[in-house]
Design a protein around this ligand. Structure first.
Ligand code: FAD
Length: 300
């Protein structure tokens, strides 16, 4: 397992996010991706969890395998939406039995999807701050939480979002991982607000290398992430040129990270979408080194 210092390269520390596979083909792709990305020795990796437990079995299975069969320090995402406290504790017990000691604690989207009214379960945890408190009472776990540099779509304003982040930090969160964003100025403003509010935990930018800008636009709207027009310009005319598109995508993500490094940020959470080549290409552009015993030249 990598130590922090080993996984810090060029002063940059990285983590990866995966989602649980839902088919045999997706399963194969995930483990191929995991094998290739392990060469980059991330600080930790995380596996998402479908709100309301919709992916509980595949998340549990992926987390168990990552913990026992890969070098990764592994966190499981966990949501509390639509569950009683007892349900949530049962799920926590299952993850603990699988060896998990790291969590990404989330409320989760309402069952009607983003934009529909959120109703906490009457017998459950009302939000992620309460879930963090419950996890912290259970043990000395490493707990990450979400943060929204461009505001959570349900929040009335940034102040409400920062208030929720403060509650999560006060209840024992170790770090915040952000929703993906492309506007570094918005992140910098948000980061200033967070620090002014006395929140001291690291706020780790979530970086989404753009596999497909058209698809991403549909998804970004629901997440509250803005797509700057410069991205349209960068990807213009590349729809039918996948190789060129992949190069631009790697450049765009690497440039975003380099700009954030210049602004004093050194930890990054990469949304891998369970695909290795683009992520590897981004890390190569940053000058990070693959583990010495790894075969060279596998990236895009
Ligand atoms: P919270 O931190 O509890 O709240 C988020 C914000 O919404 C708050 O800042 C607050 O201002 C506002 N808010 C909360 N409750 C209310 C309310 N009742 N009324 C008005 N405003 C309110 N989803 C999944 O299903 N599975 C995952 O694995 C997953 N992983 C994620 C990882 C990251 C890094 C991020 C950023 C998001 C992830 N999500 C995931 C999405 C997340 O579940 C949704 O954004 C969800 O709507 C909010 O969950 P949260 O933990 O951010 O909520």
């Amino acid at each position: 397992m990598s130590s922090k210092s080993e996984s810090s390269q060029n002063g940059i520390r990285i983590s990866f996010e995966f989602f649980p596979p839902k088919s045999e083909e997706a399963e194969q792709q995930l483990w191929n991706t995991v094998a290739e990305l392990s060469d980059w020795e991330p600080e930790f990796v995380s596996v998402t969890y479908g709100a309301g437990g919709s992916t509980k079995a595949p998340t549990l299975s992926a987390v168990r395998r990552m913990i026992h069969e890969t070098p990764f320090t592994t966190a499981t995402h966990l949501t509390c939406v639509g569950a009683t406290r007892e349900d949530t504790h049962r799920v926590i017990d299952e993850f603990l039995a699988a060896g998990a000691r790291r969590f990404v604690a989330l409320r989760g989207d309402p069952p009607g999807g983003v934009g529909s009214a959120y109703q906490p379960h009457p017998g459950g945890y009302a939000n992620a701050a309460e879930l963090v408190g419950a996890l912290r009472e259970r043990g000395d776990f490493d707990i990450s939480v979400s943060a929204y540099p461009e505001k959570h779509p349900e929040s009335r304003d940034t102040a409400a979002d920062i208030d929720m982040l403060k509650r999560k930090a006060d209840n024992g969160a170790n770090r915040a991982l952000t929703q993906f964003f492309f506007d570094n100025d918005a992140f910098a403003r948000y980061h200033d607000h967070v620090r002014s509010a006395g929140i001291k935990i690291p706020v780790v930018p979530g970086i989404m290398p753009i596999q497909n800008l058209t698809q991403l636009k549909r998804f970004a709207g629901a997440c509250g992430t803005s797509i700057p027009s410069r991205l349209d310009e960068r990807f213009e005319g590349l729809d039918d040129h996948p190789e060129e598109r992949a190069k631009v995508a790697a450049d765009v993500a690497a440039e975003q990270i380099q700009d954030l490094v210049r602004r004093g940020i050194h930890e990054f959470h990469l949304y891998t979408m369970n695909r290795a080549p683009l992520v590897s290409a981004v890390l190569e552009r940053l000058g990070l080194q693959r583990r010495i015993d790894a075969p060279a030249g596998a990236a895009a």
